[in-house]
Design a protein around this ligand. Sequence first.
Ligand code: RIB
Length: 343
Amino acid sequence: MARSVSMKDVAQLARVSVGTVSNVLNRPSRVSSATRQRVEDAIDKLGWVRNESARQLRAGRSDAVGMIVLDISNPFFADVIRGAEAFCHEQGYLVHIGNSDQVQDRQDDLLRHFEQHRVRGVLLAPISSDLGLCDQLKRRGIPVVLVDRTTSGGFCAVGVDDVEGGRLAVGHLLEQGHRRLAFVGGPGSLAQVRDRRLGGDLALARVADAAAMLVVSTPTLDVASGLAAAGEIAALPDGERPTGVFACNDLVAIGLLQGFVAAGLAIPGDVAIIGYDDIDFAAASAVPLSSVRQPRFELGATAARLLFDEIAAADEQAAHSHSMIRLAPELVGRQSTAAGRAG
Ligand code: RIB
């Protein structure tokens, strides 16, 4: 197998030192245009490509930040990534994205990968409270900031108050006169699911007259799970079927909407739906979806800011105390709940 071309081969062909080749790549203003042209011609002729990972490993750190999200196909995380990337770009850093797919082993593999590639820090939307590997990265000089989650300490974190968000969603359905409700979402291992349901229960407990919330657990928080749950709810007889449904996120809500319409149910006349996140597809849905808005861009940008505050403190060997920022959710009422009727 042919030996790969090295920077030394380029230097020999261009009749310069390896240091001059490095200057052409990193500090071109220090090299005369004639020499720069000779080096560039040699690079083109040999087809040499710099091994950036090897360079950064020798330097002991990279110009990148790692970011791990729960579900890269969910537009919620695309918006959070945009906020983080915008802040990191201003700091001159790239963002390498990993998708854990809500699988702990995949999250841990990604954390190990980012450590081996010496990223400057990691932004993590955690699957669970199992953050053992994050402690290891922190001990090895790679700070981790939790995104879309708050924690009992040990890391900087930024999230949205999901209990308040759940309370807003169910409170909205109750204000529309619904008393037969449903909560659709899962798995319960996700703190987001538990907190949103808890907020819904708190709203229910405050209503004077009789009201009930059927819980339809789902294996995932995507359209397919919403569609399947719609079949289960639509099959209930009139008089038992919930008239107001709180979907744990907008993808589930969109699946519910599709399933209820396919079952011949009118939205919101027969069943009202409210989602969570307020992704762009919520307003654009066939029946514009009421939702609980999460400040997604701000979530990502704030997490990145916390990460660079921690990086700067470490670089200056200054004291650092972890911050925990909890952003506020916002109710957005649209057609999918507008004409709610008492259930
Ligand atoms: O990842 C599942 C859900 O949790 C997303 O839809 C978003 O709401 C996040 O908080």
